[in-house]
Design a binder for this molecule. Structure first.
Ligand SMILES: Nc1ncnc2c1ncn2[C@@H]1O[C@H](COP(=O)(O)OP(=O)(O)OP(=O)(O)O)[C@@H](O)[C@H]1O
Length: 366
């Protein structure tokens, strides 16, 4: 049996709540998603107190869902509505100074449309249709390549479902907040950076629904002391979801870069991402083909593991430039895992990133 959303919801809907209703009757389950063997959802309640009273309900829901075939993990976040921070999803940032009041998952405050970030000249969103195509790797390397070219670069890791920039950039410190309001970003390899992952406790999984994502994005854009930057790169989650929507509604995004492998399935998803940015009236600045060609380190033989020419053809079809072709190399992965992006070194991948950085600088985008 495949576990669908409906099956999962049906499984938990008759769990009794403290007030006498069932989970289904109270209609408090939000954003239930099934991602492989993981089920995630939000329980939305009126107050932190009500959230605490739901602990046995969560336990029962988890027990029932884990009994479903193929389900290995259940992540439940209980949130208090009406502007309150999530009852059990908020991070407790430390570092020096007072803890920042950036309560991740806070609702957005009203604002009049996309806002510039003071001191930041360009905002470039890096997106992909599909996960795992190397979007975060491309973002960290591009940031480093731009910094090497003398630009003032910021990197915001907004991949709320899998923030990987702290690992890729080799930082783990919690950001400080001298006044308890604004947040001091971190510095790594000449890049000013902030990650939603640095605001969460290690290993903590968070599920947010639309309004909370909006709030979190708004805070990361406006409460972090980005300073004077030529460009702020934003590492988006894969796909076409609420973060992309929030970002383009909250910030005056200069444009988006879409990362794809040459493989058909990744390209199909990339097309969806391109359509989404078009709908959000955010210009697509170009495409980056990642994992383009594999060069055997022993014999020099070139192999196109994920196909050839696909991203170039797609870029031509949509009239957007193909900005870079990044080779598939073991040392790209090793460098990413070690916290020192390959763009800091010499070689084919570093050259490709330096050329990409130059293109953006020449176009006045960074
Ligand atoms: N050009 C490359 N050569 C070798 N390995 C690569 C290359 N690009 C990315 N990788 C590796 O592929 C894996 C996935 O990359 P990455 O996390 O950047 O993808 P992503 O698109 O950001 O994924 P997601 O958004 O789903 O987290 C990582 O282990 C990374 O080191």
């Amino acid at each position: 049996m495949t576990v669908t959303r409906e099956v999962a919801l049906g499984e938990i809907s008759d769990i009794a709540l403290p007030g006498g209703q069932t989970l289904g009757q109270a209609d408090i389950v939000r954003a239930l998603v099934i991602d492989g063997g993981t089920i995630r959802f939000v329980l939305e309640v009126a107050s932190a107190e009500a959230a605490r009273a739901l602990a046995p309900v969560e336990e029962e829901a988890r027990r029932r869902l884990l009994a479903l075939p193929g389900i290995e993990k259940v992540q439940i976040v209980t949130t208090a509505a009406a502007g309150a921070a999530p009852a059990r999803a908020s991070g407790a940032p430390g570092g020096q100074g007072e803890a920042p009041s950036l309560k991740v998952g806070r609702h957005a405050t009203p604002q009049a449309g996309p806002q510039p970030i003071p001191g930041v000249r360009n905002i470039i969103a890096i997106g992909s249709g599909k996960g795992g195509v190397g979007k975060s790797t491309v973002t960290s390397n591009l940031a480093v390549a731009l910094a090497r070219a003398g630009r003032r670069v910021g990197l915001l890791d907004a991949d709320i479902y899998g923030p990987s920039q702290p690992r890729m950039m080799g930082v783990s410190a919690r950001p400080a907040s001298p006044d308890g309001q604004r947040i001091e970003p971190l510095q790594a390899h000449g890049v000013t950076m902030m990650s939603i992952g640095l605001m969460l406790k290690e290993g903590e999984a968070v599920v947010w629904r639309g309004p909370m994502l909006m709030g979190a994005m708004q805070q990361l854009l406006q409460q972090v002391m980005w300073g004077e930057l030529d460009v702020l790169l934003i590492d988006l989650p894969p796909g076409t979801g609420d973060v992309q929507l929030s970002l383009c509604q909250k910030a005056a995004v200069t444009g988006a870069i879409i990362v794809s492998t040459p493989q058909d399935v990744a390209l199909l998803d990339a097309r969806r991402a391109i359509d989404m940015f078009a709908k959000l009236k955010t210009p697509v600045l170009g495409l980056v083909e990642n994992m383009s060609v594999y060069v055997c380190p022993n014999c020099g033989h070139e192999a196109h593991l994920f196909g050839q020419g696909g991203v170039r053809a797609e870029a031509e079809a949509m009239g957007a430039p193909l900005l870079a072709e990044i080779p598939l190399q073991l040392d790209v992965r090793i460098a990413a895992d070690s916290g020192r992006p390959i763009a800091l070194e010499q070689g084919a991948a570093a050259d490709a990133y330096a050329a990409l950085a130059r293109k953006l600088i020449e176009r006045g985008l960074a």
